[in-house]
Design a protein around this ligand. Structure first.
Ligand code: MN
Length: 301
């Protein structure tokens, strides 16, 4: 694949002919802080999937990837909690996938194709939503073809509806769709505090919330693990900028504390979804999302 790193200003006029050649183009002046390793040398890539087409309550998560990038410049690249630095991580921010408007299946296919291209190049992918439905194509690209994958899911919401008002593909059904592929026994959920009676019956009958996190390492061993983080697992007091806020949630420290349980697992891909920056005029939700992403990158690397 041809790879071009362009500054935003110089990219605007010269990218169409490069795109026609099938080149990979990504900006380097507005990337997540310190995630500017040249593509060919990167082990991980970040890319944004700015889609919020099935948001049922408050849309706006399409604005999250750039808001997270902008907020990252208020952070240090060094994490005192982990004694690690983003400068030492071979990771490349590849910008956002270009999406058409309206046709959900085409959009999901575009996200999967983009992620699959990175996977084919030997990269691991961190997707930045967007709403939670983007997890389905990201999961399929990173883990769908691997043997015996597992899903670790942090969220306020179960996302286990079989359909949402007749829609099989929705932010409210995304984990159910993945469970259809890998089996509910391979889904491990934490932080869930909202859902229908049917969803909680499904949780009970499939024990998706039964595994203590400290047992994940011994249960999953070296199996491929995909980790999806819906930021609304955080309490709205800490994280009001989201589409479907749900009181009674985790603190920032509880969330990043959980990352110790995915450290050492064979994480083949992950995503961070559901920041909706414009519902938080203080901007703290974007800053929180940025810091969560920094801690996650440093933990999985
Ligand atoms: Mn949620």
């Amino acid at each position: 694949m041809e790879v071009f790193q362009l500054r935003y200003n110089e990219g605007l006029f010269c990218t169409p002919h490069l795109r026609q050649r099938g080149a990979l183009i990504y900006p380097v002046s507005n990337c997540f802080i310190a995630c500017d390793t040249p593509y060919n040398e990167a082990e991980w890539v970040i890319f944004g999937a700015p889609y919020d087409g099935t948001s049922s309550y408050r849309p706006g998560s399409r604005f999250a990837p750039d808001s997270i990038r902008a907020a990252s410049y208020g952070l240090e690249t060094y994490s005192p909690a982990q004694d690690k630095d983003l400068e030492d991580v071979r990771i490349c921010d590849c910008g956002d996938v270009e999406l058409s408007f309206g046709d959900k299946k085409r959009i999901l296919a575009a996200i999967e194709e983009k992620a699959a291209g990175f996977v084919q190049d030997g990269k691991k992918v961190i997707g930045v939503g967007g709403e939670h439905l983007v997890t389905l194509p990201l999961f399929m690209a990173s883990a769908g073809k691997l043997e015996n994958p597992a899903l670790i899911h942090l969220d306020a919401h179960a996302d286990l509806r079989d359909d949402y008002m007749g829609e099989k593909l929705s932010h409210a059904t995304v984990v159910r769709r993945i469970a259809d592929v890998i089996g509910a026994e391979n889904v491990f959920q934490y932080g869930i505090r909202s859902g229908t009676a049917e969803e909680f019956a499904y949780i009970r009958s499939n024990s998706t919330m039964k595994t203590p996190p400290e047992k994940l390492k011994s249960i999953l061993k070296d199996r491929p693990v995909y980790f999806t983080l819906d930021l609304d697992v955080l309490d709205p007091a800490f994280f009001p900028g989201t589409g479907t806020p749900e009181p009674g949630g985790w603190s920032f420290s509880e969330l990043v504390g959980f990352f110790q349980f995915i450290s050492g697992l064979n994480v083949v891909g992950c995503d961070v979804v559901e920041l909706s920056p414009h519902y938080d005029h203080s901007g703290v939700s974007s800053i929180t999302a940025s810091k969560v992403l920094r801690e996650l990158i440093l933990k999985v690397f």
